[in-house]
Design a protein. Structure first.
Length: 88
């Protein structure tokens, strides 16, 4: 499962959260839900976009949830996380 693009959206400074829209090689998408805790970014959830998982094409996928931290690292190659949240 390879990311081809990542875009930060829905930045919420009041609760230190933001979302990252991930695009994959197979034209599927997923939304990574992130929170800044102690100056570090943590992925606390991930959801499929468009009804099918990018790795298995099922509506729900436990392995996608398990890969959320790995996908967070990959997303950093495509986008910068919100500075107003990460530089506190």
């Amino acid at each position: 499962m390879q990311i081809t693009n990542a875009e930060v959206i829905n930045t919420q400074p009041q609760n230190s959260t933001f979302n990252v829209l991930l695009s994959f090689k197979n034209d599927r998408k997923a939304m990574l839900n992130c929170r800044v805790e102690g100056g570090k970014v943590a992925a606390y959830n991930i959801s499929v976009v468009g009804g099918t998982c990018p790795c298995c094409l099922k509506p729900n996928c436990s392995s996608l949830y398990a890969k959320r931290h790995e996908l967070l690292v990959q997303a950093q190659q495509f986008t910068n996380f919100p500075m107003e949240l990460t530089e506190k």
